[in-house]
Ligand binder design. Sequence first.
Ligand code: XLS
Ligand code: NI
Ligand code: NI
Length: 437
Amino acid sequence: MSEYFPDIPVIPYAGPDSRDPLSFRYYDADAEVEGRTMRDHLRFASAYWHTMRNGLNDPFGEATAIMPWDDGSESLENAERRIEAFFEFLSKIGIDYYCFHDRDVAPEGTTLEETNRNLDHLTGVLERHQQATGKKLLWGTACLFAHPRYVHGAATSCSVDVFAHAASQVRRAIDATHRLGGSGYVFWGGREGYSTLLNTDMPRELSHLARFLEMAVDYRSRSGFTGQFFIEPKPHEPTSHQYDFDAAACLNFLREHDLLDEFMLNIETNHATLASHSMEHELQVAAAAGMLGSIDANMGHEHLGWDTDHFPTDIYLTTRIMRIVLEMGGLDSGGLNFDAKRRRGSFEPVDLFHAHIAGMDAFARGLRIAAAIRVDRRLDDAIQARYAQWDTELGQRVEAGDCTLEDLEAHAGSIGEPTLASGREEMLESIFNDHIR
Ligand code: XLS
Ligand code: NI
Ligand code: NI
């Protein structure tokens, strides 16, 4: 097997004083935090579509990425070479998992039959590389947004013929994920939404989306795949309104269609910010419902209103994420998938390493800082103290549903104007800052 990254070693952990950019300064895979290794807490995955298929073009300019292993063709040989390069990358960077769309790894053929054959073949190649390297599939998915047939949507297309194509694609992508032992399967509704209500029957499209997911659930149980299904919310882009707008909208949709037990959510930072939420908000909404399953780890740019998928290098962000993950006891079958691409100017192959190292080190720091915040307890105690009145007899009665409006009016009449304490936001931010080191 040829080497695709010949000048790059297996990236070592060298400690915070290291000045070698091709070393981890914070991510020490086997170091323990709260009794578990960093590797187990973080469950990093690399996204095949960004790492291997993103040439770094933007709406104003063509691809810049140098990919010596890729001849630019749609041949199966080229697809195999990319997979070889990818597994070498995973081995050298020390990432255990990956995620992919069907079309990232296998070219579409001229007939459905040929397309399926291509996917089967390349799934076999992925399988062999997994066996040889010990790398694992975190989740698979179907690309239901790139091909022109999905211009009006896939499961929400105005055409039942397109719906049928999408159904076939999901069936095959579930099969591939199953064969590769994937922990999960993601539904990101790429073009499930609308551009204008002038041509859209929204209730009809939404009911089709529900039927589509029901069929996937049915197929999963019949096929014997036991992986977790995830829905990935996103508010807009490419459509101006996506049906899976945010965590709350997804939960509502799943509840309405009695699908809550079959899915969890895969929350992505840049999608949260596009929805005008913080990532923390989205994670909290999902976690509070017991529905936080996995994370697409990236971040946007404060000046750009697009899913720029930058690598997550902001330690405040990673700390906030890891606080919530630790609080809920870990990600279980999910992971931290770097749904992230290098900036257009970072076009050399070595930048794939720098970018992942930056994200992994930022999460390792976030994990340690979040654990320290939990030991310190000042922030948790402040929240508890803030709601202390609810622990009184009256508060407990209200929470238990054992109170009427008249009871409360009697209480309000007897106490006069309530006394309130400060919310102490700046003090709490300062305590948070105590830990950022
Ligand atoms: C796009 C999405 C996509 C999903 C997988 O914005 O984040 O990459 O994660 O289809
Ligand atoms: Ni994503
Ligand atoms: Ni995204």
